[in-house]
Design a protein around this ligand. Structure first.
Ligand SMILES: CC(C)=CCC/C(C)=C/CC/C(C)=C/CC/C(C)=C/COP(=O)(O)OP(=O)(O)O
Ligand SMILES: O=P(O)(O)OC[C@@H](O)CO
Length: 424
């Protein structure tokens, strides 16, 4: 038997084993975790930012999806991943263009999740994917391999190596088969989904089955980006979840309270995706810090701060409480929100005070200032990260904010550009 014959036989055997594993033995061979019930979508676009103590909020979610369809660039995506190194849960990359994938994002991301839209134009199903694979094969792959080898690739071996490189980079990629049901969203515009493309529950189920059996999409993603899908969405989820067995079924769009999160989970979603309300915490935290600066002459205790926050805002209406309420396993979202908001405001006030102690320091001096100071937030980070990571997280975030405050450029471990707060 020739080598190609053996390869083709092996391929046939392995795909039969995989189908048998899935359908006859009922084995869960889907690489996307079945334990995930809540995913936070972090969008590295300029206007969407992270709260100061993002490791605390993100400790409650199952995983983080990094990506967005507007104003996203490779460098911004890299910055988001660098910050999210300090999040206590895995972060994966959902690019909306292949150029957002860089060597650095590949190093940081748990895996690539590639969108394919089941009710858009052919560009959104296979066109962009083809361009993406071409980019990996012809640009990103060779430059990464050449950098590792230290010499340039050409000839037959070069060709095989770059093909191998593209396969290698995509081997742990998973596919998210989107059904986009809000035509008035960036995702719909990106995929050319219009009113005419909206699906009935039965049509959605049929496409979901095609995605599971033909495309072998690890995830089927019902997307209402920016608006809650209500009964229409729960009808679709119920219909799909009755038939789809192997792919994970995710719902995203407009979630900002527990009832809606429960509704879609009870209708059969394996996980909910929450985006906007998480980013809104950053604005809320910045507003509170601004008010606290006017209110207190010295740094109050954490308890005093919590009392003041309770008098200043209706906790149940805060973005912090609403975000946490979408995580159905968090027992008391309001209490948790109050404690995280107080931690964030205290961290900002402590850093304001630290900034006052120096006049035009260098980047090295800023690093030392941060290392010599123990901020209260370290103990909070210690509750969700292990000790060394908690110190590293507090130092990296503080250093970035101080460097930004002194206009020291971008020499810090992480950039403060995506943290929604500036020191006074
Ligand atoms: C092969 C590699 C490396 C990359 C592939 C790149 C591909 C195929 C990207 C897919 C682009 C695509 C079809 C986008 C459709 C729109 C979509 C589903 C976007 C995701 O939605 P969000 O960006 O989360 O939505 P919002 O911005 O509306 O919140
Ligand atoms: O931003 P929201 O409306 O929460 O939607 C989350 C996600 O489904 C967007 O792709």
């Amino acid at each position: 038997m020739s080598l190609p014959d053996i390869a083709s036989k092996l391929e046939r055997v392995s795909s039969t084993v995989s189908i048998a594993g899935r359908s006859l033995l009922g084995l869960d061979t889907n690489p996307v975790s079945d334990d995930w019930s809540h995913i936070t979508k972090v969008d590295p676009e300029g206007e969407k930012q992270l709260p100061l103590c993002f490791p605390l909020y993100l400790s409650q979610t199952s995983a983080i999806s990094v990506g967005g369809s507007r104003d996203v660039t490779g460098p911004r995506t890299e910055e988001a991943f660098e910050l999210l190194e300090y999040a206590p849960v895995p972060a994966f990359h959902e690019p909306s263009a292949a150029q957002h994938v860089t060597e650095k994002t590949r190093d940081h991301a748990e895996f690539l999740a590639i969108p394919e839209v089941l009710n858009g134009d052919s560009e959104a199903l296979v066109g962009t994917l083809g361009q993406g694979i071409e980019y990996i094969q012809e640009d990103l792959g060779p430059s990464m391999i050449e950098e590792k080898l230290g010499f340039s690739l050409d000839g037959g071996v070069g060709k095989r190596l770059t093909a191998f490189g593209a396969g290698y980079m995509l081997q742990d990629a998973v596919f998210e088969a989107y059904i986009i049901m809000n035509p008035d969203s960036a995702a719909a515009r990106e995929a050319s989904v219009t009113e005419d493309d909206l699906l009935t529950p039965q049509e959605a189920k049929q496409r979901a089955l095609a995605a599971e059996y033909h495309l072998e999409s690890e995830v089927i993603y019902l997307e209402y980006s920016g608006t809650y899908g209500g009964e229409e969405a729960t009808d679709i989820l119920e219909t799909i979840s009755d038939s789809v067995t192997w792919s994970r079924l995710w719902y995203g769009g407009g979630l900002d309270n527990r009832n809606h999160a429960k509704e879609v989970l009870e209708a059969g979603a394996d996980a909910v995706i929450v985006g906007d309300i998480f980013h809104e915490i950053a604005n809320e935290e910045a507003d509170l810090v601004e008010q606290a600066r006017g209110e207190f002459d010295s740094i109050p205790s954490r308890d005093e701060l919590a009392d003041w926050i309770e008098q200043t805002v209706a906790i149940n209406e805060t973005s912090a409480a609403r975000f946490l309420s979408t995580i159905v396993t968090v027992p008391d979202p309001q209490a948790r929100a109050l404690s995280y908001l107080a931690a964030g405001v205290e961290m900002a006030l402590e850093l304001d005070a630290l900034a006052e102690t120096a006049d035009e320091p260098t980047t090295d001096e800023v690093a030392h200032m941060v290392q010599d100071e123990t901020l209260s937030i370290e103990a909070d980070f210690g509750d969700v990260l292990d000790g060394r990571d908690a110190t590293a997280a507090a130092e990296a975030i503080s250093e970035a904010l101080l460097a930004e405050r002194y206009e020291l450029g971008e020499e810090t471990i992480v950039s403060a550009r995506q943290v929604g707060l500036s020191l006074s």
